[in-house]
Design a protein around this ligand. Structure first.
Ligand code: R5P
Length: 340
């Protein structure tokens, strides 16, 4: 995934690493073989944020790398705003193009109007990134890929996926008869996305019926889940936030006689007391990527139950294809696709 064979391209890239997950940005830049271009982040006394590229980016293709994580007193919105500032500073500094890379994108959950007068944050945020000066946007496992395909403003939108990497980890757990394993979509919406992954593992796919209470906070799974007696269940989802979805699905599967339950998800938000809930849930292992930093207390609470798969390789692979004018979808051929 290194750009070593493409020195003319590599020397024209300035890789600006954000402040929310610097380890991930560093690993991606190292895999590509690109030096980091220094960025200064500061905060005024009134909490306003300050961003400056400390070296010239004039004429460069600026990669502005920032995952929209809540860290160090930053809310998700603060992290997103600092991303906008990185892009704006690059565009004002004469960057020829600005590629905004957000391994996990803020606002992607509110991606449509369900009720009148709701905001559509995903569309708003894409619009803001473009207005700030991003000519290209790259993310990983956005909540709904429709968000990117329906966005019609000028710019290029590329979608990377961690599903093949997560599936490979699940495949390592399989011993013996494929009929002993079932893939579980914890809500109907996710079932379509998982079909290809279940087929590639050679296992049946079942979806569960998820409901939320009237405040849209407490999740429960209702109805029959079908025959899972004695089976090993793989629950796959795009994110774990409060942990309510996967914990509730696991509890229902456990009550229904499942033998072992594993969870795999791309974005490890682990909001609030998610780790507490998941530590007590009937789950053998929770496999997540590192598109977001994982707090120490979450890692301590979950211990060996938590397995982290690096997302740096898949991001570097995707960025390399984009930078050399190659094919992103080609990376996922026979892997379930990146818009599945
Ligand atoms: C829902 O549509 C998503 O795919 C996730 O299942 C959900 O957002 C996870 O959130 P939580 O962990 O809070 O249940």
């Amino acid at each position: 995934m290194s750009l070593a064979e493409f020195p003319d391209i590599a020397k024209n890239v300035a890789f600006a690493n954000g402040n929310t997950h610097p380890e991930l940005g560093k690993r991606v830049a190292a895999l590509l073989g690109i030096e980091l271009s220094p960025v200064k982040f500061a905060r005024f006394a009134d909490t306003e944020t300050y961003v400056r590229h400390e070296e010239s980016v004039r004429g460069k293709l600026l990669v502005a790398f920032q995952t929209h994580a809540p860290v160090d007193g930053n809310s998700t919105a603060d992290s997103f705003y600092q991303h906008l500032q990185m892009i704006d500073a690059g565009a004002r500094g004469g960057a020829a193009k600005v590629m905004a890379v957000a391994p996990c994108m803020a606002g992607s959950r509110q991606d449509r109007q369900v009720l009148p007068r709701e905001a559509v944050s995903a569309d708003l945020n894409l619009d803001l990134l473009r207005s700030a000066g991003a000519t290209h946007f790259v993310t990983v496992d956005i909540h709904d890929t429709h968000t990117l395909t329906s966005f019609r403003k000028p710019g290029v939108y590329d979608h990377l996926t961690a599903q093949p990497a997560l599936r490979a980890k699940l495949a390592e757990l399989m011993i013996g008869d494929q009929d002993d394993y079932i893939m579980i979509a914890p809500d109907e919406g996710h079932s379509k996305i998982l079909r290809a992954q279940a087929e590639l593992l050679g296992v049946e796919l079942k979806d569960m019926v998820k409901t939320r209470d009237k405040h849209r906070e407490v999740v429960s799974h209702v109805g029959r889940v079908g025959d899972v007696e004695g089976k090993t269940c793989f629950i796959m989802d795009d994110m774990i936030s409060t942990g309510g979805t996967v914990a509730s699905a696991a509890e229902k599967l456990h009550e229904s006689g499942a033998k072992r339950i594993y969870v795999a998800a791309t974005h490890p938000w682990f909001s609030g007391s998610a780790a507490e809930r998941l530590a007590d849930a009937p789950i053998e292992q929770i496999i997540v990527t590192d598109t977001l930093p994982i707090r120490d207390e979450v890692q301590e609470r979950l211990g060996n139950k938590l397995q982290i798969v690096s997302s740096a390789e898949l991001i570097a692979d995707g960025l390399k294809q984009i930078l050399i004018g190659g094919s992103v979808s080609g990376l996922y051929e026979g892997q379930g696709g990146n818009y599945s």
